[in-house]
Ligand binder design. Structure first.
Ligand SMILES: [Zn+2]
Length: 94
């Protein structure tokens, strides 16, 4: 089973779960195991949540390093990402 990454936006607690594809969004509907807030978001491949990505300075300035573009491209091609809105959003980055 694939391992998915999650992070709490409240306390920034990051954790992984071994779940089937169908259940991969389940932890985002459950309280954070650390602080109990319903602020868990799914992160992809150890990358920060997309909401946080947009706060990064390099995105504000439009200066994206090549490694970052390559990385986004790689992640967007992953099974479970490709064809989703996350995958589509990532195309803005490369
Ligand atoms: Zn938390």
């Amino acid at each position: 089973m694939p391992i998915y990454d999650y992070q709490c936006e409240k306390c920034e607690h990051a954790f992984e779960k071994n779940l089937g594809m169908d259940n991969r969004n389940q932890p985002t509907t459950e309280p954070c195991p650390e602080c109990g807030e319903l602020s868990v978001v799914k992160t992809i491949g150890g990358m920060p949540a997309l909401g946080k990505l947009q706060e990064l300075d390099m995105l504000k300035t439009g200066k994206l390093p090549q490694f970052f573009r390559d990385n986004m491209k790689k992640v967007s091609e992953k099974p479970g990402v490709k064809g989703t809105k996350y995958g589509e959003n990532m195309k803005n980055f490369f």
